[in-house]
Design a protein. Structure first.
Lengths: 292, 181, 658
């Protein structure tokens, strides 16, 4: 079996509000034989405060990269925001000598130095590329053949194309492959690659609710029985905010939201309870009854 | 939040309204280098998910305001904070402008003048206090034990604070201007 | 004629060039200082040496003072070396006994703020030039016979016009076309802007004229594969690809095509229509010779049966290489349309109702795959709302940075043609700028907007999405005039794709050894003054292979190229370069290093004497051999070691007369 060890970057949102994602991920990783090593001293990746100070974001991200370098492990994370931020800063510091010198001068004050020795990958990339979608199929004991689902990959998973490493930024198929590996049917829908609006919910919630609501509507149009997310923030928009969206726009969606790790866990034979599917706001009863 | 950014644009633009140095300042910032390459094609605005929902927000217009040097208009505009950083504009721009980054640069410049929306003040002070963007409540920490999850990290907040102090971050998130208007 | 070891009598002329030089450099001082250099008989300054009186002055001085060397301190030799060489020649002095010191581009123009230093530098440059002049020798002026024939590569409108003009002037022309028929891109057009002339009506007679002209030989379905020789005497290898039909025997009756059971996509219809496995690409093909697509042939032999006694079909026809001897070459290989599949946000090849401008052109054509009926691909219904997206692949730093020049006009043309057929159709053009630069173009555009009511929306399209049920398209853009995003629905979308250099450009460049511009099109010798020349002697370029352009400009360039070829070849003799390499036979060891570095294959090793031999007509005087030769046997005339060393010595410590 493939031996994989990563420094596990948890980020701020998951431990705060979306532990179901962490729980399901750890369980799936353990079963697949992927070791997630704790980063005991990590701090916020910096993305939330980038609008205030880019330099602050850079030092926060760089500190995390240094921690992983000290552990001599590549980073994997469940949050797309953390992933793109750490990836981007990692590459920027590797390629831009001037910038690296400025940041290293700051890091020196706290006894650290960015050396550029590790890589960063979102957990979905780890599963699809490092572990291999074909290998994942081998662990699928209960293919979810009765289920048809849509993906919400999220902006930070898909863009900017320079840093994500996809070859088809307008229609990447990585998540599609992972979803189909579970046996579920993958449904395309209008404006699939659109934003959920989470980052401006505190600025103008109407915009965020409209963006997510519009996507839920499009998913409903094609008959999606669940939406699969790979980011805790996107998850919050689709799941926790769904009742609010329904009220604000006078619609009913009742589309359960699952983290990809939960979808995979179900296909691997784990129970909904152990994957914490019952903690979601939008009840997943219809989904669960379908797969038996 | 209303559409106040258009208020001053209602009068004729005169030389006195323009700050010729402002676009150069933007271009000095990381991510803002290509400001003058913009030929106002509208690809960014045409694909912007927020732009199609509200007339208050238009990324092409923000770049235009900055290029002309309408400094006050753009730094004080509310619409500046509507961008979700989805990067669709950056991907679509035929001139290679990192449009989302330019907006971030202008946001940073606004912050230097003490303009910081409340949510960032909260996120920022949490980072200074705990190292993370949210303060995790006690009951969550207890739940972690029940869920058999590893304990939360013991972040070296002194080190984090030291790093952030050097960037002027603590002052910024208090809404204290660090630069002359 | 002055001999090499004759005592040099040098005249030095320092030009003011108005204020270009004199505004920075103290030209009088430079002229004065030169007087004390050995060999200098007289030294003057003058306002505009290149002017008629300036040239006359030099001529007068040569006669009166018996000057046998001239040094001109002025602008770059690229400007006026030829001018002053002529002055010497007309005065009976060998034209190569001239040396130019560039005190403008190399001095006054770049040291504007340091006049004193610039003056000193000008004196030094002049001193070096005089030092060389002391060591110069006359060069032989040679002429070679030139063939009064030309090769035109590419049989589109450009190649056709160049061929006809040359043929009319009495030159033998070989027109090599890689496709089965001449006609090129213009044959794929329905109507041409701004007159809306039927393209075939304009092109057709020209094609026939080429075919019938006694001085033109068409080699169709052929490609240039090799080049040897030199200007005036090129040897071109042409590969004649097998058609499996004997050209001389084929009567073009088409009966073989009627019985052929196999259909294949027709590239001429942008693969939207079919042709038979044995067929011609379009009805008015020239030459009218059929071709079998052997990859798809099932060997049923029905065609052979039907052809019968005409015996035109030959299944084991082999490719043939022929050699042509020509005096000059005109490259007119045309362009390829940009492929928008890589711009995924537009959905080309994903959404069936998104097509390219060239595909729309075929749909509009009466000879096209739908007989001129406008149908949309998904359901073959007539579209009621059509949008044109401009600048696809052009004006884009991530794709091609240049403007493709013709797309604004062809989309407006398409819009008007659609409106002519269906007046109620909604037609919109999404653009950044409208480029309607040519004669009658602005009026054409105005009429489209005012009379035809074509809607012009100023905003570059961000993306196109599709309603999966109806296959209708939504165009996402911003109306920048209103400052609002627009998302309008259409039945069909046409991408106005730009022009790119033809796919064979790499190969042609390699064979002919010509340059490319940064935009990857073939490079002209000078962007303003020599638009159809290349830096390779005897090779010319014309048409869209030099850059995107419309038909009038292509034809103008075709005629320019023909005229340039005529200028070159009409006397039947060509002067070849005099500044070429020469071998000091006593020193040559026959090592062969020079042979390897020569880009023009102008050197060979004489087997018997084991000495390098230069084929003078091929030598371009680049100097690579002279620089490479380890023993100094190879010298470049006019840039010999002793001459260059003299310049260096005199730059560092000038010798002066007592």
């Amino acid at each position: 079996m493939v031996e994989l060890r990563y420094a596990f970057f948890l980020g701020c949102t998951i431990p705060y509000r979306v532990t179901s994602y962490e729980v399901s991920a750890r369980k799936v990783a353990a079963k697949l034989g992927i070791e997630l090593v704790e980063m005991n001293d990590f701090n916020c990746c910096g993305l939330p405060i980038d609008p205030v100070s880019h330099e602050a974001m850079l030092v926060l991200a760089a500190r995390n990269l240094c921690l992983a370098e000290q552990q001599n492990l590549n980073i994997t994370t469940l949050c797309t925001g953390c992933a793109i931020t750490l990836r981007k800063v990692n590459r920027m510091l590797k390629e831009n000598k001037e910038l690296r010198e400025i940041i290293n001068r700051r890091l020196k004050e706290v006894g650290m130095e960015f050396k550029g020795t590790i890589e960063v990958k979102h957990f979905a990339h780890v599963l699809a590329e490092d572990y291999g979608t074909e290998n994942i199929k081998q662990h699928v004991k209960k293919p979810l053949a009765q289920l048809q689902v849509s993906e919400h990959a999220g902006c930070h998973f898909l863009r900017p194309m320079e840093y994500t490493g996809f070859d088809h930024p307008e229609d990447p198929t990585l998540l599609k492959g992972l979803i189909e590996a579970t046996g579920a049917k993958y449904l395309d829908y209008m404006d699939k690659t659109n934003c959920c609006g989470f980052t401006v919910i505190a600025i103008d919630d109407k915009i965020s609710l409209s963006l997510t609501g519009s996507k839920l509507g499009n998913m409903q149009d094609v008959g999606a029985e669940a939406v699969v997310t790979v980011c805790p923030s996107c998850f919050l928009m689709f799941d926790v905010q769904q009742p609010r969206i329904e009220r604000a726009f006078g619609k009913t969606f009742s589309i359960p939201v699952v983290h990809y790790t939960q979808l995979l866990g179900l296909a691997m034979g784990m129970s909904a309870h152990e994957l914490e599917l019952d903690t979601h706001r939008v009840a997943a009863t219809s989904l669960l009854s379908k797969i038996g | 939040m209303g559409a106040e950014q258009s208020a001053e644009l209602k009068e004729t633009i005169r030389s006195s309204h323009l700050d010729r140095n402002f676009p150069k300042e933007v271009m000095k910032h990381h991510g803002g280098e290509k400001l003058f390459l913009c030929y106002q094609c509208g690809s960014c605005a045409g694909g912007c998910p927020v732009g199609r929902l509200t007339t208050d927000y238009n990324p092409r217009q923000i770049v235009r305001l900055a290029s002309l040097g309408l400094k006050d208009n753009v730094l004080k505009s509310n619409s500046l904070w509507f961008c979700t950083a989805c990067f669709t504009c950056t991907d679509r721009c035929p001139q290679g402008l990192e449009v989302a980054s330019i907006i971030r640069v202008i946001r940073n410049m606004a912050a230097e003048q003490g303009i910081v929306p409340q949510v960032f003040k909260e996120l920022g002070s949490s980072i200074l206090e705990t190292g993370l963007a949210y303060k995790i409540p006690e009951l969550r920490l207890k739940k972690r034990e029940e869920q058999k999850l590893p304990p939360m990290p013991t972040t070296d907040t002194k080190a984090v604070d030291k790093l952030l102090e050097a960037t002027g971050f603590p002052k910024l998130i208090k809404g204290q201007p660090v630069k002359e208007a | 004629m002055p001999e090499k070891h004759e005592k040099p009598r040098i005249g030095v002329y320092v030009c003011h060039c108005g204020l270009n030089i004199a505004g920075v450099v103290d030209v009088k001082k430079v002229a004065q200082d030169a007087k004390s250099l050995p060999g200098v008989v007289m030294s003057k300054d003058y306002r505009y040496l290149c002017s008629v009186p300036g040239q006359e002055l030099i001529k007068k001085d040569i006669k009166e003072h018996k000057l046998n060397r001239v040094v001109v301190a002025a602008c770059t030799p690229n400007m006026h070396e030829a001018t002053f060489r002529k002055v010497l020649e007309e005065s009976g002095v060998n034209p190569y006994l001239l040396e130019i010191a560039n005190i403008r581009e190399h001095c006054s123009w770049v040291h504007r703020n340091e006049p004193q230093k610039a003056t000193k530098k000008s004196t030094e440059l002049t001193t070096m030039a005089v030092a060389k002049a002391r060591n110069m020798e006359p060069l032989t002026i040679k002429e070679v016979d030139a063939l009064k024939s030309a090769l035109v590569i590419g049989g589109g409108i450009t190649g056709i016009n160049a061929a006809i003009d040359l043929a009319e002037m009495g030159f033998q022309v070989y027109l090599v076309e890689r496709n089965e028929s001449i006609g090129g891109r213009m044959s794929q057009l329905d109507k041409t802007f701004p007159t809306l002339d039927c393209s075939t009506c304009v092109l057709g007679p020209k094609m026939v004229e080429v075919y019938r002209h006694p001085n033109i030989k068409i080699l169709s379905y052929s490609e240039v594969v090799g080049l040897d020789g030199y200007v005036g005497n090129f040897k071109v290898k042409v590969l004649r690809k097998p058609r499996y039909v004997i050209e001389e025997n084929c009567t073009g009756c088409g009966e073989c095509s009627n019985v052929c059971p196999i259909e294949i996509p027709n590239y001429w219809n942008m693969n939207m229509g079919v042709r038979k496995c044995i067929s011609i690409p379009f009805e008015h093909a020239v030459p009218l010779v059929y071709r079998i697509d052997m990859d798809n042939c099932i060997n049923c032999y029905k065609c052979v049966e039907t052809c019968g006694a005409r015996n035109a079909i030959l299944f084991d026809q082999k490719p043939e290489t022929v050699e042509l001897n020509v005096g000059a070459i005109v490259v007119a290989i045309g362009f390829d349309p940009y492929d928008p599949a890589k711009d995924e946000q537009y959905g080309y090849e994903v959404y069936p109702n998104v097509i390219t401008g060239l595909e729309m052109e075929r749909l509009l054509s009466a000879a096209g795959p739908t007989g001129g009926v406008i149908n949309r691909p998904s359901d073959l219904t007539e579209p009621k709302r059509v949008a044109f997206i401009q600048c696809v692949g052009s004006r884009n730093l991530k794709r091609n940075p240049y403007c493709s020049r013709v797309c604004c006009m062809y989309s407006i043309k398409h819009g008007r043609q659609l409106k002519e057929k269906h007046p109620e159709m909604e037609v919109a053009i999404y653009y950044m700028d409208i480029r309607a630069f040519g004669k009658g173009y602005e009026e054409f555009y105005e009429k489209a907007a005012r009379e035809y009511r074509i809607q012009f929306i100023r905003g570059r399209v961000s993306e196109i999405t599709e309603d999966p049920k109806t296959h209708n398209l939504i165009v996402h853009a911003e109306d920048t005039f209103l400052g609002r995003p627009v998302e309008l629905e259409y039945d069909m979308v046409v991408l106005a794709i730009g022009l790119e250099p033809h796919s064979t450009t790499d190969k042609i460049q390699e064979i002919l050894k010509i340059s490319r511009s940064p935009d990857k099109f073939l490079q002209e010798a000078h962007p303003k003054l020599r638009p159809v020349d290349t830096l390779a002697a005897g090779i010319y370029i014309a048409g869209t292979c030099q850059g995107p352009k419309d038909i009038p400009d292509s034809v103008a360039q075709a005629k320019a190229a023909a005229s340039s070829v005529a200028m070159l070849l009409h006397k039947g003799k060509i002067r070849i370069e005099s500044i070429i390499a020469s071998v000091i036979e006593a020193l040559c060891t026959g090592c062969g290093k020079c042979v390897d570095v020569c880009p023009f294959q102008a050197i060979s090793i004489d087997e018997t004497k084991n000495i390098a031999t230069i084929l003078e007509a091929k030598c371009n005087g680049c100097g690579s051999c002279a620089a490479t030769c380890p023993v100094g046997a190879m010298q470049l005339r006019h840039f010999k070691d002793e001459q260059i060393l003299a310049m260096i010595e005199n730059a560092l410590s000038p010798i002066r007369k007592e």
